[in-house]
Write a protein that binds this ligand. Structure first.
Ligand code: HEM
Length: 489
């Protein structure tokens, strides 16, 4: 007992010593250790990373180093200098941090899987021919789920539901049916997944209490079980994405247990963003009548061009450009996609900023970009950045606007919802098509409105900054019914 206490005290002493001895060296970014030894700014960071980093930016400028739970993280918020981090694969590494998270969140270790091989495999499925196959399958599932969810109520009957639940549930189940093997447990997987997803940020930060930890563990095990049901029962669909993924993992020497665990990672990666993105997009449309009118007019124009109703919506969306809907999607993602691009410094590095300044980064530290704050919410790049402006990404001649400036210089990175570099979203094209299909389907199949015309979108859940698409704290109640006839815009 005494020895344990002595060892604990020595450990604590070493930590405090290490913490307090770090000082800012010549050419290093401003250092902010926070007031709590070792923990540093961890609590503030975990509670609301956007608010915390905005405060640090105000205090230190576009680059600074903060202490977060024993790690020193250099945060770079100048989009003109992002390439110095994104393109560096020699001094910076993203795999170690990612592997630690995979172990903590999914109990998953894949040491034999080569990241480059995995990316190539992903690209094969989410681009070219693979992409059109997945997109048309997704569209069929979305349409049939939308109609079957309404089978028991007549066309003129209004239903009331939270918009977030409506979007997440439909997109998740359709996505699951498109990619995974079991076809009869989509609703059960969705229900269990939401439990797991609600605790995910706490699992990642190791901040679960005992009860939450029990829930997260049992939910994870239940999901592993559900995801392997199709395979075990022999009812799996041949040629499915999941089957191909199993083959890929087998080739990479991954054992059966880790294969099952990897499925949960892929379920999360492929399903956790599209539903929330569709929610925010429709939420903005429903609370901004001028935006809704512009999108309805564009969709109506597409339909009127297809006088004999010969084409499924996917084809219509692929065959015609939809700059207004594209702008609404870009604006939605600018306001609600909040990835954190993180790298580990594996060798001491000199970071060259676009303004000519140079900073020394220490081996063992982390570097982090948080594009949500800049460029996405930077008032010098996007005027009134807190406001939703449906035409922000439209030129006057209704073409896509892709030129944005800071300090009179054109920007390469003016919004970064998909991440960047080695781990940029492999499913970007599929995700864009999916969200557009979904909005198209909802607007052509449903009359939908907020329950109260004065209703506003709920605020974001601040604990989700850094984990891809933000989620709302609460929901937006909507009422909807099937259109009679369909396609009446
Ligand atoms: C609006 C929807 C989506 C957004 C905003 C989004 C965003 C992202 C981001 C930011 C990353 C990088 C994460 C990181 O840095 O660790 C990522 C990775 C990934 N996303 Fe998406 N995503 C979306 C939808 C999808 C969909 C629908 C799929 C596929 C069905 C998909 C497949 C992937 C894959 C496979 C990766 C991992 C890439 C890698 O590590 O090599 N995403 N996504």
């Amino acid at each position: 007992m005494l020895w344990t206490l002595v060892l604990l005290l020595i450990g604590l002493f070493i930590i405090v010593l290490l913490y307090s001895t770090r000082t800012r060296q010549k050419n290093e970014p401003p250092l902010d250790k926070g007031s709590i030894p070792w923990l540093g700014h961890a609590l503030e960071f975990g509670k609301d990373a956007a608010k915390f980093l905005a405060r640090m930016k105000e205090k230190h400028g576009d680059i600074f180093t903060v202490c977060v739970a024993g790690h020193y993280v250099t945060v770079l918020l100048d989009p003109k200098s992002f390439d110095a981090v994104i393109n560096d694969t020699e001094f910076l590494d993203f795999t170690r941090n990612r592997n630690q998270l995979l172990k903590r969140i999914f109990s998953l270790q894949l040491p034999s899987v080569k990241p480059a091989a995995e990316r190539t495999w992903m690209k094969r499925h989410f681009q070219g021919h693979g992409l059109s196959k997945l997109s048309s399958s997704m569209n069929i599932h979305l349409q049939s789920l939308l109609l079957s969810d309404h089978r028991d109520c007549g066309p003129s009957k209004w239903r009331q539901e939270g918009l977030f639940s409506l979007c997440y549930s439909l997109l998740f189940r359709a996505g699951y049916l498109t990619l995974f093997e079991s076809t009869d447990n989509a609703a059960a997987v969705y229900k269990e997944f939401r439990k797991f997803d609600n605790l995910l940020t706490k699992v990642a930060r190791s901040s679960l209490n005992r009860g939450e930890s029990k829930t997260a563990n049992s939910s994870r095990e239940r999901l592993w079980e559900l995801l392997s049901q199709g395979r075990l029962s022999g009812r799996s669909e041949t040629g499915s994405w999941q089957q191909s993924y199993h083959h890929f993992l087998q080739e990479q020497g991954v054992d059966a247990e880790m294969q099952t665990r990897a499925l949960l990672l892929q379920l999360w990666t492929t399903q956790c963003n599209a539903g929330p993105a569709a929610f925010w997009l429709l939420g903005f449309l429903l609370t901004h009548p001028e935006a809704m009118e512009a999108v309805r007019s564009e969709v109506g124009h597409l339909i009127s061009q297809d006088t004999h109703r010969q084409h499924p919506p996917t084809d219509l969306l692929e065959a015609h450009s939809t700059p207004v809907l594209d702008s609404v999607l870009s604006e939605t993602l600018r306001l609600t996609a909040a990835v954190m691009i993180s790298r580990e410094v594996v060798q001491d590095k000199t970071l060259h900023m676009a303004n000519g300044q140079e900073y020394h980064l220490r081996q063992g530290d982390r570097v982090c970009l948080f594009p949500f704050l800049s460029p996405q919410m930077d008032p010098e790049i996007h005027q009134d950045p807190q406001l939703f402006k449906y035409d922000r990404f439209l030129n006057e001649d209704i073409t896509v606007k892709d030129k944005f400036y800071k300090d009179e210089k054109i920007l390469k990175y003016y919004t970064l919802p998909w991440g960047a570099g080695g781990n940029i979203c492999s499913g970007k094209d599929f995700a864009v098509q999916t969200v557009k299909q979904f909005v198209f389907l909802l607007l052509t199949h449903l009359d939908i409105e907020t329950c109260d015309p004065d209703d506003k979108l709920p605020p974001v859940n601040p604990s989700r900054y850094g984990f891809g698409m933000l989620q709302p704290d609460g929901d937006l109640q909507v009422r909807y019914r099937l259109k009679e006839p369909l396609y009446e815009i």
